[in-house]
Write a protein that binds this ligand. Sequence first.
Ligand SMILES: [Zn+2]
Length: 319
Amino acid sequence: MTRRGLFGVSAGAAAALAGAATPAAASAAAPARPARTGLWLRWWGNNSWEIRVPRGEGTATVLIDPWLTRFHTGTYSDEGADPRTPIRVDTDLIDRHVDSGELRADHILVTHGHYDHITDVPYLARRTGATVIGTETHLNLMLALGAPEDQLAVATGGEYLRFDGYTIRVLRSLHSATGPRARVAFAGTRPGRPPRRPRTIEDLVEGGTLAYEVASTATGASVVDFGGSNYVESEVARLRPDVVLLPPGGDSVHDYVPRLLAAAGHPPHVLPTHWDDIDRPLTEPAHDWGGLAALRAAVAQASPASRFTVVDHLETFVL
Ligand SMILES: [Zn+2]
């Protein structure tokens, strides 16, 4: 796809094309500050984002938490996820997307070690040649799943890295905490040597959580992604992103939405992420697991000048 083809559509037009512009978004007040241009985002469901930025006559591609396979876990059912669900990777599906040129990657950024975030990354890394960034635990889990070791780059949060066409800022972050005790699901770390090969979803522990800012070096346009419903406020406070990718939830986090959007300077655009029931196929419209309305309301109240745009499965948002 050419750069012109990618960036020839405005954000509003893209949202309308996606059929996802909402009355709330359409009637929102003008952004608090004008958004920069030069970002092309596609949502692959869950917290899987494809980010393209201009590079020369083409584009560079950064993937966050890419997960195409989607196996049934019951995560959003009343019973919750079955910890002994076997993990699997649909290599034929990934091959089709990579071989067709539909999907490529210069970098793959991992927010945490859970099954719906890292399971496909080792195979995707091998197929795309992308550099993979994650914590020591994330990298150990992926090594145990067969990731190519020379493509892995460890991060702890605080890194501010420059590549051809984009910068990556790695933020210390936090995972969602749920239930009356505000606990992290499948918590734990795997430091040192890689563990035995993970077989079930409980083998894929959180391993610390990172957030990421990706910015175009050509235009300065930036997007920040949070793979869980929590964050470290002081890490966000320096940033002025054009787009925030924000998960619903955060019920046990004090002032989850207002504190984040204030720290990020009331960004022009907020897009929900991680809001679809992952037991449903990616080839169908996203099915809200139940957090979307509350997130929309919280954003409208905390940051009325921010535009809240819902992007559906495999649809795009262009700045
Ligand atoms: Zn998680």
